[in-house]
Design a protein around this ligand. Structure first.
Ligand code: B12
Ligand code: SF4
Length: 551
């Protein structure tokens, strides 16, 4: 019997229970590029975004089964490894014999682990996947040997085998990504995404990008022809009425002067085409920015930039090998604001180098800038990152299977105590709200421009207000001591804040009718828990409060 598809490309569910993921719904660009290359070669391919559709494991297995594809290709970030394992086991239990391949950043960096823990996976494509995967589909569907293809990791008689590295594709020779999910994503999130460049010239120790880029041969940073990027935006605008576009590039700017000129060319092209009314957003490094480039960016339609700040502490920036100074960061923020471009800070207040002093001074700086970062998250160590090796060499790494959680690292007990106070409270107030109302939050966020999300930003502000007060209190308790009354008083205040927060999402009537989650907030037991943490200081890492399998 002829198969329906040559390949089915799947983004596995992030949560196993069918819960809506708590990040922005975005088009799966990697899979869209793979599908474009397969279709260019005349192959039949579809995309299933199980994360976007919040499918359960069982539902995902059922949908994949129904597609009858010769190859099933999973796009894997480390966070999705537990789901991947369950889905693959489910498929094999149904006696589905298709070739199962994984690719993406997480699959590339955890390749050996995946083959070890998930026997149902046949191969892993390392690095950029378009050419390797299309060659693999070609070989598998025509019954030819595939194990010698460059850019693969697979099992053979001797164990796990890495073939020689593949070359990175020339981005301008690739077809534009397919837009099968665009309409759905526009309905959910209100914006489209493009990828103008891949890789990043910097080498921050905690970032997965450099390890991923090293998995294949070619330059660390590659930019598409600016004209073709603007052609793509114009096409999205003309064909689908898209006005709001986010660049997924790790860093909009390439290295040095040519990297700056590259961005200026994109801007000039956008301006010249008269593509009015665009709302653009991108990731960038503060040190790439100057007043002139920011003004041109604004004129071209860039209204919001995410810059990875991580910390305002000079020593921390150095140890994380950010390659930029506190002064450069301040200058970049100033340039953006003077050009009327709003700034989203990438900030990780709890990191391996945090001290009680940096926590306090970073919080002061965030408040001074009016930034509302999430505070109850700690820097994670992904497989294959330099930070993992640094922590290992310092004897601080507590290795975890990437199928169960992130690796941990030891920190000062006082800092870990502050983190656990904040995290324990966040798990009781913010986590249930996100879990229950993520769909509504997506709707609140969905507006016709990035800067127009005022309701969403005010929710972020309210959450920051709660977290920053909890953080300040916890720092004070660890430094100077605490009393039960103080802890109980803070939790009462948190509960009031939570009620207001929930009211802003579902309305007063629903909260009054007892439909909300605030009523489940148990301040008394939480007080006991916090006092236990503060008195005993049992933690010396930043553990997640849940195991991934519980999701
Ligand atoms: C957009 C984005 C998302 C989107 C979409 C992700 C996706 N899978 O497409 C969403 C919002 C879902 C997301 C979520 C998360 N993300 Co994210 N995300 C990005 C971002 C900004 C861009 C990705 C992108 O579009 N790249 C462009 C495309 C063309 O490249 P690509 O996706 O890598 O695909 C190529 C190859 O990887 C490969 N490939 C990919 N999939 C497959 C599948 C097969 C079968 C094959 C053969 C090949 C292959 O071929 C593709 C074409 O060459 C990157 C940072 C960056 N700028 O790179 C972070 C990044 C990928 N995300 C990251 C993280 C940490 C997360 C979250 C954990 C964040 C969070 N706290 O929730 C979650 C995890 C979600 C999950 N389910 O696991 C990390 C990855 C860490 C890691 N080692 O896993 C990155 C690198 C950011 C960073 N620097 O830390 N993310
Ligand atoms: S600047 Fe951003 S993308 Fe580049 S290496 Fe650092 S964290 Fe990664």
């Amino acid at each position: 019997m002829e198969r329906k598809l040559d390949a089915l490309l799947v983004l596995p569910p992030m949560y196993q229970s069918g819960r809506t993921p708590d990040y922005n719904p975005k088009e799966p660009m990697g899979l869209m590029y793979l599908a474009a290359e397969l279709r260019r070669r005349g192959m039949k391919v579809e995309i299933l975004d199980a994360a976007l559709r919040a499918l359960t494991i069982e539902e995902t297995v059922g949908e994949i089964d129904a597609h009858e594809a010769a190859i099933i290709g999973f796009s894997v970030l480390q966070r999705a490894l537990p789901s991947l394992k369950l889905v693959v086991e489910g498929l094999r239990a149904r006696r589905i014999r298709s070739h199962i391949c994984c690719g993406g950043v997480g699959a590339t960096l955890s390749a050996a682990h995946i083959l070890d823990r998930v026997p149902g996976v046949d191969s892993i494509v390392l690095g950029d996947g378009e050419i390797t995967f299309a060659d693999l589909v070609d070989r598998v569907t025509s019954g030819e040997p595939w194990r010698s293809l460059p850019g693969l990791c697979h099992r053979d008689f001797w164990g796990t085998n890495f073939t020689r590295r593949a070359d990175k594709p020339n981005l301008d020779s690739l077809d534009l990504p397919v837009r099968d999910l665009l309409v759905t994503c526009l309905e959910r999130a209100g914006y489209a995404t493009v990828v103008g460049s891949r890789g990043c010239y910097a080498a921050c120790t905690f970032c997965s990008n450099s390890g991923f880029e090293r998995a294949s041969c070619g330059p660390g940073w590659r930019g598409r022809n600016p004209t073709s990027i603007v052609d793509e935006i114009e096409y999205l605008n003309r064909e689908f009425g898209v006005k709001v576009v986010k660049f997924n590039d790790p860093n909009l700017f390439g290295p040095g002067r040519s990297g700056r000129e590259y961005v200026m060319r994109i801007c000039r092209e956008l301006i010249q085409r008269g593509l009015d009314g665009l709302h653009l957003m991108a990731f960038t490094r503060a040190s790439d920015l100057d007043p002139e480039s920011c003004l041109l960016l604004r004129q071209a339609g860039f209204e919001r930039m995410l810059i990875g700040i991580e910390s305002f502490d000079a020593r921390t920036l150095k140890l994380l090998r950010k390659g930029e100074t506190v002064e450069e960061i301040a200058r970049g923020i100033r340039c953006l604001r003077e050009a009327d471009i709003s700034v989203v800070p990438g900030f990780i207040i709890f990191n391996p180098y945090s001290t009680l002093e940096t926590l306090r001074s970073d919080l002061d700086m965030l408040e001074r800038y009016g930034f509302t970062a999430i505070l109850s998250k700690a820097m994670r160590i992904f497989d294959g990152t330099v930070l993992g090796s640094v922590m290992d060499a310092e004897g601080r790494l507590r290795r975890r299977s990437p199928f169960e959680g992130y690796h941990e690292y030891t920190v000062d007990r006082g800092v870990a105590t502050v983190y656990m106070c904040l995290k324990t409270i966040a798990v009781r107030w913010l986590a249930p709200i996100l879990s229950r109302y993520q769909d509504r939050i997506w709707n609140i966020k969905k507006v016709p421009s990035f800067n127009g999300r005022t309701r969403f930003y005010s929710l972020q502000g309210a959450s920051f207000e709660i977290e920053s007060r909890v953080l300040r209190s916890a720092i004070g308790w660890v430094k100077d001591g605490f009393s039960r009354d103080e802890v109980a008083g803070l939790l009462e205040w948190v509960q009031e804040g939570m009620t207001e927060f929930e009211t802003a999402i579902i309305g007063e009537d629903a909260v009054a009718a007892g439909d909300g989650v605030t009523r489940d907030f148990d301040g008394a037991s939480l007080t006991d828990e916090l006092i236990g943490i503060l008195a005993q200081r049992p933690y010396d890492t930043f553990p997640e409060k849940y195991r991934w399998a519980d999701d």
